[in-house]
Design a protein around this ligand. Structure first.
Ligand SMILES: *Cc1c(COP(=O)(O)O)cnc(C)c1O
Length: 398
């Protein structure tokens, strides 16, 4: 086997092929270089890793199990296995990179985390990591999202985070990112910017992948132990691309394993109806890095939509763009209705209520299962659906 043929690391400048990089003002480049150097040092530091491993195990509840979904498998005529990131503390994979980022910030001598959040999932995970690490936490959030996502806002407040309401422009995630970044530009001596997915300027995509790669490492070992072989294919949903790159990284160089990234088709193919950046995007620069990006007529980031708010980002991680270009991972789409159907299907067949984001991956797994091409499918359940219950019940009468 050719080691690491596909599971590449970025160049010194942060490029994965044509994608990634670091499009930042000079002043911030210096600070990002410090983050890069600290990361390279601590990722191989024994004390850092034993502290992080302790937290992942005893605080976050890792390893998350791989579960053979027997009922679903019987029904669809194919072995379907679930990687249960929904069982993590705070209910999703986001705690993995949040603990890593917070510990890195602390080792770098920072006293505060700065982050933005849209639906509030990233904000809750970062506020949680800040609390346990004894760091201050400023969360930037659009005024509209603050109203819409009240339960998560309340959680963040209970956890001790400051919520800063962003009132510019569309008053949602896009402006929240800008304001969080502006605040960070002024406070970087004492604060660390804590990104929420495998996106952003170098070195953040590689940092997030590193902290999420625990999913793929565990899954590969657990799956092999249970079945004596590798899965025929693996599947994860793709927003910015953190849960997916975490799973994929464990299997990229096993070329007998087909890999699928599932993007949200939302309500349809038209601009503003979906958030399928890889499928419908064009090369562009967003938030300091180059990727496939949904664009309006003027080449600016277009509004993205999905019923799963954790997936509605107009860009996608640079390593995914590279993996798409070389054909190692196939990116495909699932729409709102298919995701909601899968949400109910998994709930009623297995007693597991998945997040609407994860429901996209499950819907795709069921499609592939029906296609009879694969014997064993492994799908990442990135999070639990508690946060989506009220929304789903308002939308659908059961
Ligand atoms: C945020 C979120 C996602 C999407 O983010 P990625 O960075 O693409 O993983 C997926 N699932 C859940 C449960 C989330 O909270």
């Amino acid at each position: 086997m050719n080691m690491n043929k596909y599971n590449i690391q970025p160049t010194e400048e942060g490029f994965y092929g044509n994608y990634g990089g670091q499009f930042l003002p000079e002043e911030l480049k210096k600070e990002f270089k410090k983050i890069y150097e600290a990361f390279l040092y601590y990722k191989d530091d024994a004390d850092f890793n034993s502290e992080l491993d302790y937290l992942l195990k005893n605080y976050a509840g890792r390893p998350s199990p791989v579960y053979f979904a027997k009922n679903l498998s019987d029904k669809y005529g194919c072995e379907i296995y679930l990687k249960r990131e929904d069982l993590n503390h705070t209910g999703a994979h986001k705690i993995n990179h949040s603990l890593g980022e917070a510990l890195l910030a602390k080792k770098m001598g920072k006293t505060k985390l700065i982050a933005e959040t849209g639906a509030g999932q990233h904000g809750v995970a970062i506020a949680t990591a800040a609390a346990i690490m004894g760091l201050e936490c400023d969360i930037y959030m659009g005024e509209i999202d603050i109203v819409k996502e009240k339960p998560n806002v309340d959680r963040m407040k209970i956890l001790g985070a400051n919520i800063i309401s962003v009132t510019k422009g569309t008053k949602t995630l896009k402006e929240a990112v800008d304001e969080a970044f502006e605040a960070y530009s002024k406070e970087y001596d004492t604060a660390m910017y804590a990104i929420g997915s495998a996106v952003g300027p170098h070195p953040f995509p590689m940092i997030i992948e590193h902290f999420q790669s625990v999913i793929g490492r565990e899954a590969r070992e657990q799956f092999t132990e249970q079945t004596g072989t590798l899965p025929d294919c693996i599947i994860a949903c793709v927003g910015g691309g953190s849960n997916s790159i975490g799973l994929f990284s464990g299997f990229l160089d096993d070329t007998q394993v087909d890999i699928y990234g599932v993007e949200p088709l939302g309500r349809g193919k038209k601009q503003g109806e979906n958030a399928a950046s890889m499928t419908y995007g064009k090369d562009g620069i967003i938030h300091g890095f180059k990727c496939k990006m949904l664009q309006d007529e003027n080449g600016n980031p277009a509004n993205a939509y999905s019923v799963a708010s954790g997936l509605d980002y107009p860009g996608v991680g640079p390593k995914h763009c590279y993996l798409n270009e070389i054909g190692r991972v196939k990116y495909d789409v699932i729409d709102d209705n298919e995701a909601i159907n899968a949400f109910f299907e998994l709930s009623r067949t297995e007693g597991i209520i998945p997040a609407l984001e994860s429901s996209h991956a499950i819907a795709y797994a069921l499609k592939l299962a029906k296609g009879n091409k694969y014997k064993r499918i492994l799908v990442n359940v990135s999070g639990r659906g508690d946060k989506d219950i009220e929304f789903v019940l308002n939308k659908i009468k059961i």
